[in-house]
Unconditional design. Structure first.
Length: 82
């Protein structure tokens, strides 16, 4: 999954270092979001949640991870060009 996400980011010209930095800031960003924004991110990231007797199974959208990282990096890139 990691290789597929990195490949998707590479196509969009996002470096691995930028992706890692964005993910390190995720908790800070999450705390600042409105519930509707949080729900949108969850919809981008999660394909399906299955509840079983053994616990939860969460299927992640690989392309969604790349999309969220791109959106997190976009404001930084815009600030850098100003």
């Amino acid at each position: 999954m990691v290789t597929q996400v990195l490949a998707a980011l590479k196509r969009d010209q996002v470096s691995e270092a930028e992706a890692i930095a964005a993910l390190h800031d995720f908790n800070t960003l999450w705390a600042q979001l409105f519930p509707l924004e949080q729900a949108r991110i969850i919809q981008l990231l999660v394909r399906r949640v299955t509840v079983t007797a053994a616990g939860l199974e969460v299927d992640i959208r690989r392309e969604g991870v790349a999309g969220v990282i791109r959106e997190m990096i976009a404001p930084r890139n815009m600030e850098a060009t100003e």
